[in-house]
Design a binder for this molecule. Structure first.
Ligand code: DC
Length: 219
C-alpha cells in the first residue's frame, strides 16, 4: 500500500504520517529530508543558496545514507535548515535529480533496521501529484498559517530552541509564498486527494478521520 500526505509547512503531515505508518506497518519517507539535506550540504560548503547549478550538483551527489547522516546535524531541522531547503527545492534541476531516489524507495520498502514493510507512506507536498501519482490513498493536510506557526513554535520550544513566535509566523508565510509560486511543484492537492483542514482538530481527531478514509478505500 502506498499513501501520500501532502500539504503546507507545519500542517501536521509528519505526525499523521508517523501514526499511520505505525498502524499499517508502512515505511515512512519524509521527503522534505532530501531538500533539507541538499540545503545543508550547500551551507556546510559555504555555497550560495542562490546558486542553482551548485545545488543541482549537490542533489546529484546525494545518497540515502548521506541524507540519514546529515539528518543528525543540529541545523537539519532548524529554521535555517528549513529556509535553505525551501530555496533549493525551488530549483527544477534539484527536484529532477532527487526524483528517482524518492520513487525508488517504494520498490522495496524497508524499515530502518532493514526489515520489509507493507508499503510506504510518503510525506511531502508533491508526493501525491509528482512522486507517486498512483498512490492508493492521498491526503492533503492543511491549517491556517497562524495555527501552523503556533505548532512549529511549540516544537522549537520543546526542543529548547530560543525563537520568537512572530519570526516563526513570518517564516511560515515566507515559505508558503515561495512554495505556492513554484512552477514545477506548486502547492496544490492532487485531484483525487482527501483534503483535511486540521485548524480545529487535535492529532487524534485527524488520525481517526484519516483511518476512516483509508478503511473505506481498502474495502
Ligand atoms: O517538510 P519540510 O519542512 O521538511 O520541508 C522543507 C522544504 O522542502 C519545504 O520548504 C519545501 C521542500 N519540500 C518540497 O519542495 N517537496 C517536498 N515533497 C517536501 C519538501
Amino acid at each position: 500500500m502506498i499513501i501520500t500526505v501532502d500539504g503546507p509547512a507545519a500542517a501536521g503531515k509528519g505526525t499523521l504520517s508517523q501514526k499511520l505508518a505505525d498502524k499499517y506497518g508502512l515505511a515512512y519517507f519524509d521527503t522534505g529530508m532530501v531538500y533539507r539535506a541538499v540545503g545543508l550540504m550547500m551551507l556546510k560548503q559555504t555555497l550560495e543558496l542562490s546558486d542553482a547549478c551548485a545545488a543541482q550538483k549537490m542533489a546529484g551527489e546525494l545518497t540515502f545514507a548521506t541524507m540519514m547522516e546529515l539528518s543528525r546535524d543540529k541545523d537539519f531541522r532548524s529554521s535555517i535548515g528549513g529556509q535553505a531547503a525551501s530555496i533549493v527545492s525551488s530549483y527544477s534541476g534539484v527536484r529532477a535529480q532527487l526524483l528517482d531516489m524518492q520513487r525508488n524507495f517504494a520498490k522495496n520498502p524497508t524499515f530502518a533496521d532493514g526489515s520489509p514493510a507493507n508499503g510506504v507512506i510518503y510525506d511531502g507536498r508533491d508526493t501525491g501529484t509528482v512522486i507517486c501519482p498512483h498512490a492508493d490513498v492521498k491526503f492533503f493536510i492543511t491549517a491556517s498559517s497562524e495555527v501552523r506557526a503556533k505548532r512549529r513554535y511549540d516544537e522549537f520550544l520543546q526542543k529548547g530552541m530560543n525563537v520568537l513566535f512572530d519570526d516563526v509566523l513570518r517564516d511560515v508565510k515566507a515559505r508558503d509564498e515561495r512554495d505556492a509560486n513554484r512552477k514545477d511543484a506548486p502547492m496544490k492537492p492532487a485531484e483525487d486527494a482527501i483534503i483535511l483542514d486540521t485548524s480545529d482538530l487535535n492529532i487524534d481527531e485527524v488520525f481517526q478521520k484519516a483511518v476512516a478514509f483509508i478503511e473505506e478505500r481498502l474495502k
